[in-house]
Design a binder for this molecule. Structure first.
Ligand code: IVH
Length: 698
């Protein structure tokens, strides 16, 4: 297909006869769906996007708009319908027609040789060959297609019965909701089962974990756990927020007799399924070993995690001959890579105090190179973890980097323990100057510092507030925050906006000069215009990450509305659970927080959502309520009122929740502030004139 975005004849304007527009829309919708499917394929299957994200988004947006205009044209296989349906109470069970077996694992070449001997004997002298594939470290799933349409997706479960997770799987963009039939020896394949692995790119995993930590949530241990945890979510809208990926390696059908695994991998690819491109046909065991060796090293360069390779007899007829014993086939085996390990010396244990006061012990290590990077620190999670391993300062420890991605300490080399090494005693006080007694809430593994002025917590909170995805104050990184907190300039986030009063004193600080101070002050000034939802995220309310902040800002378009919301009102919002609701509710009831918010408001930060861009459309004024403020340059207020009323709109004198738009002229009055507090959308005089033009009085 061409890379151009073909456009049918130009769209008839929306006010032409509906039937005519509908006929056009029907064709354009088809075309957009095909284009989107095609570009999903380029992006996910070939990993070669042919249009920019923006162009893709534009196609998607157009499709969504047309489907909104003609809801009767929406079909379940439309790319817009990946996230649909209500959260489930629980997953229905599905029986696997053919059990989803596991594989025998081996870590040694000797066992690979034995496996090969058994295959050779089992095949009684026939020639055979293998297909070697990467073993993706994810979660296996089974996908059913009927007449080319994705109808059912299931988790592995116990191998015989799994969960029906169709809704969740539909959200994975690389999963084709419909496939073009591909012919196999003249027979089109339409009804079949595909098996594969759901996984995450390592960088997506790290990013999601960072975001979770920022929101005060527990990070996932590794990408596989994150993928597994996500597929178990009962709300597909939550699943859609996590960038799950799919890779397929298995095809089953009754329609034709398939012959080779290598052929199936090619067929899957032709049908539009994402497959791994690195598989290889191996005629000898030596070739298998070379493949194993190559990927043992090269896997560090892959953007996702593999935990080994899978070796399969290529011929499906031979697979059948070999059969299955116990729960594993005799025609396949997994060669697993050992996690990479190194030993080094534990030089110390420091405590890190997070934004929420949670105290995390960190191992300070003698730097050691392991699987592509130098490691000098590793998290020790909590006091129990240290006790379990009986870690002592001065110990030689074993550091491992496996599917966990994040290095961890897995053991101690006891023979190398220095004779004087003492068992580690977890500190009872916070490392901050207040020396606050640490507190371990009953039933929790973590210790907390709950001193309201713990400078570590304050540092973390300010760092978070200023960080790129929050208020994005350039130049206010870890080092600067540390210096400003230590020097007593910052005790909370509101102090940031008063720094300009201390310009002279700032200049006296080490490493600061006129230029750097002014740059910082103007970056702070500039941050005042960050949108309201970014401010919500920046406040560091526990469990309110970026996504949640956006959801809250949409439902409560001003800070005052959000602050006044009850727990019931909060939980009524989709995507806001009890835990978040309580945390938000509590945040706004805290005196200290309220005082800080008041100062931020006075500093001029945005406490309400921006008016969304006005969509120009026919009948715009009909049934809407407007308020005017300030002077218009082209007409009097009375003229403006008549123009609106002539088009079916209403004009009232004061702004309320029922106001749809505030028309803002020169020197606007207090109505503007009120409108912003309430999140009422604004129209400039230009917008207003354009809308009048576009909506002539009939
Ligand atoms: S074949 C009977 N191929 O590894 C054959 N599995 O321990 C079943 N896996 O449950 C699987 N990559 O979750 C196969 N290229 C690949 C694979 C793969 C990852 C996973 C899969 C399976 C487990 C087997």
């Amino acid at each position: 297909m061409s890379e151009q975005l073909p456009l049918l004849d130009p769209p008839p304007p929306s006010n032409v006869h509906r039937d005519k527009r509908r006929r056009w829309a029907e064709r354009r919708i088809q075309e957009l769906r095909e284009l989107i499917r095609l570009h999903d394929y380029y992006y996910y299957v070939e990993a070669q996007p042919r249009i920019s994200d923006r162009e893709y988004d534009a196609l998607f947006h157009e499709l969504k708009q047309l489907e909104a205009e003609f809801p009767e044209l929406v079909t379940p296989d439309s790319p817009t319908q990946r996230v649909g349906g209500e959260p489930l109470k629980e997953f229905p069970h599905v029986q696997h027609r053919i059990p989803m077996l596991s594989l025998d694992n081996t870590y040694s070449r000797e066992e690979l040789r034995e496996f090969d001997r058994r295959v050779r004997e089992g095949l009684g002298g026939q020639p055979y060959r293998y297909v070697a594939e990467l073993k993706y470290d994810g979660v296996s799933v089974s996908l059913h297609y009927r007449e080319g349409t994705f109808v059912l997706g299931a988790s592995r479960g116990d191998g015989y019965t799994g969960d029906d997770i169709t809704q969740n799987l539909r959200t994975i963009r690389s999963l084709p909701l419909r496939v073009q039939p591909v012919e196999y020896h003249g027979v089109p394949l339409r009804t079949f089962e595909v098996r594969g692995e759901v996984y995450l790119l390592t960088e997506d995993f790290l990013r999601l974990n960072r975001e979770r930590e920022q929101a005060g949530e527990r990070p996932f241990a590794n990408p596989r756990n994150l993928a597994a945890g996500t597929l178990k979510l009962l709300d597909p809208r939550e699943v859609a927020k996590r960038p799950l990926r799919l890779v397929c390696y298995y095809l089953l059908t009754d329609e034709v007799e398939l012959q080779f695994q290598s052929e199936n991998l090619r067929l899957l690819r032709q049908m539009g399924f994402p497959t791994d491109p690195h598989w290889k046909v191996c005629d000898t065991l030596e070739e298998v070993f070379a493949y194993v060796d190559y990927w043992e090293e090269a896997r560090e360069q892959l953007p996702f995690q593999i935990d080994g390779i899978v070796l399969k007899v290529d011929s499906l007829r031979q697979q059948q001959q070999l059969g299955t014993v116990a729960r594993a086939p005799r025609w396949a085996i997994a060669y697993k890579y050992e996690a990479k390990k190194a030993t080094t010396v534990l030089e110390g244990i420091t405590l890190q105090v997070g934004r929420t006061g949670k105290v995390t012990p960190v191992a300070e290590l003698k730097p050691v190179f392991l699987a592509g990077s130098t490691i000098s620190r590793a998290t020790l999670h909590n006091a129990d973890y240290i006790t379990k391993l009986d870690l002592r300062i001065g110990d030689t420890v074993i550091v491992e980097k496996g599917g966990e991605v994040i290095p961890k300490i897995v053991g101690v080399v006891l023979e190398k323990r220095p004779p004087q090494a003492q068992p580690y005693r977890f500190p009872t006080v916070c490392p901050c100057p207040n020396r606050q007694q640490l507190y371990r809430p009953p039933g929790e593994v973590d210790y907390y510092c709950d001193h309201p002025e713990c400078p570590w917590q304050i540092r973390r909170r300010i760092e978070h507030f200023a960080s790129r995805r929050a208020m994005d104050i350039e130049g206010m990184g870890e080092r600067v925050v540390d210096q400003l907190v230590s020097a007593g300039f910052l005790r909370n986030i509101a102090d940031i906006y008063e720094l300009h009063r201390h310009r002279a004193q700032l200049l006296e600080l080490e490493r600061w000069g006129e230029k750097s101070v002014d740059n910082l002050l103007s970056a702070i000034e500039e941050s005042k215009s960050r949108p309201y939802h970014r401010l919500l995220f920046a406040l560091g309310i526990r469990f309110v990450g970026e996504e949640t902040a956006k959801i809250l800002a949409e439902s409560f378009p001003s800070m005052d509305q959000l602050a006044a919301a009850s727990i019931e009102e909060l939980t009524a919002i989709h995507g806001v659970g009890e835990r978040i609701a309580e945390s938000v509710f509590r945040f706004f009831r805290d005196e200290n927080n309220r005082a800080i918010l008041e100062r931020l408001r006075r500093a001029g930060l945005r406490f309400a959502a921006e008016a969304p861009k006005v969509r120009l459309q026919a009948g715009f004024f009909l049934g809407k309520t407007f308020v005017l403020t300030g002077e218009l340059s082209t007409m009097t207020r009375e003229e403006a009122r008549r123009a609106i009323e002539a088009r079916g709109g209403r004009v009232t004198d004061s702004v309320s929740r029922r106001t749809d738009y505030l028309i803002v002229g020169r020197n606007p009055g207090s109505k503007l502030r009120k409108a912003r507090e309430l999140g009422v959308r604004e129209l400039s005089e230009d917008d207003f004139l354009r809308l009048l033009d576009q909506n002539p009085v009939e």
